[in-house]
Design a protein around this ligand. Structure first.
Ligand SMILES: [Zn+2]
Ligand SMILES: [Zn+2]
Length: 355
């Protein structure tokens, strides 16, 4: 259970920015922090990593942002100067990973206190606080004409799903999406934008079917249907397997199904779901010898500071929908209700609004 209470937020230090959060989506990774299964959660903490807001104050040395700028906090920063940022091969930037995973700012301290006690940051973002402090390199400045209480979803789920699809799907491809939650429906949306002609959704409940169809799903495979062999069903719907399979459940047997559902020669299995701690996936090496490949995707392969703008443009152009996936709008006092809805699978995205 989350406790809603007053915390003191200290001013931003060197390279840091104080942000007033307008809205924050609830994401499954926050739930793992509440349930104690997130290895980088240091307690007590303020969760939230899918927010949007405005810059209030900048610390010394900050020159890319000013008070009033609209921003999306990034759990994956983009410093622009490390080996990863300069490689052109990844959107990962681990410049501040060590301190972020210990729940503190890059200088090793927290900006949050409750009474005499330190409260930790979470994922470097802590967007379920009206005010939060975030390093400059972990803030994407965004165009000011978009509704912050919707585009907060670009802080995680929407970018993760749409980015992954746009990176891996080619025009004319067949695609399978395992798990039609917040990430899965956005993969469907991204696959449609990328020009996929066949988009197969796989889940154990058809509860989110309507949204998936609206976003571009062309066929549904019910994995809970006794007697349905998911892999065979997908092979039958396609010519022997899909060009790209996306795994969004984090379940090891589903990862294997995703791999097996991909077509020989070039099929790509893309892993997005987070496995249980220590979990290992198995696959037959012959599949790889015959051309299948396994990929991972983090934040949709999008570089947060330099790449998010193009996705926001697609939203403004009407190609990306956010409204239909926002199933619940909550006040901060209702935040626990939002996580209950998530546990019961009754929401796609719940948004906590601060104003
Ligand atoms: Zn998330
Ligand atoms: Zn970097």
């Amino acid at each position: 259970m989350l406790e809603v209470d007053d915390v003191l937020v200290a001013p931003p230090r060197e390279g840091e920015v104080l942000v007033e959060i307008v809205a924050s989506g609830l994401c499954h990774t926050d739930l793992t922090a509440l349930e104690g299964s997130n290895v980088s959660a240091v307690y007590p903490l303020i969760p939230g990593h899918e927010g949007a807001g405005r810059v209030v104050e900048t610390g010394p040395g900050v020159n890319s942002l000013q008070p009033g700028n609209h921003v999306i906090p990034l759990y994956g920063p983009e410093c622009g100067t490390c080996a990863m940022c300069e490689s052109g091969r990844t959107n990962l930037c681990w410049t501040i990973k060590k301190t972020r995973d210990r729940g503190v700012m890059p200088d090793g301290s927290s900006r949050f206190t409750r009474g005499p006690d330190q409260v930790h940051h979470f994922m470097g973002t802590s967007t379920l606080s009206r005010y939060t402090v975030v390093p400059e390199i972990a803030l994407a400045k965004i165009r000011p004409d978009v509704p912050l209480d919707q585009v907060c979803l670009f802080g995680c789920g929407v970018t993760t799903g749409i980015g992954a699809a746009m990176q891996h799907v080619r025009s004319g491809d067949s695609v399978a999406v395992f798990g039609l939650g917040g990430i899965g429906v956005n993969i469907i949306q991204g696959a449609r934008i990328a020009g996929a002609t066949q988009i197969i959704g796989v889940d154990v409940t058809d509860a989110k079917n309507e949204l998936a169809v609206q976003y571009g799903m062309t066929a549904f495979v019910d994995a809970a249907d006794v007697g349905t062999d998911v892999v065979t069903a997908i092979q039958d719907l396609t010519s022997g397997g899909v060009d790209v399979g996306f795994e969004c459940t984090g379940l090891l047997p589903v990862m294997r199904q995703t791999f097996d559902s991909c077509v020989a020669g070039w099929g790509q299995a893309v892993m997005l779901g987070v496995e249980p701690v220590g979990g290992e996936m198995s696959f037959p090496p012959v599949g790889v010898r015959y051309g299948k490949s396994i990929h991972g995707s983090y934040f949709g392969g999008i570089k947060g500071r330099s790449g998010l703008g193009a996705l926001l443009d697609l939203f403004v152009d009407g190609k990306i929908d956010l409204e239909a996936q926002i199933t619940h709008q909550l006040s901060l006092d209702q935040v626990n209700d939002g996580f209950d809805l998530m546990r019961k699978g009754k929401s796609v995205r719940s948004i906590v609004r601060f104003e």
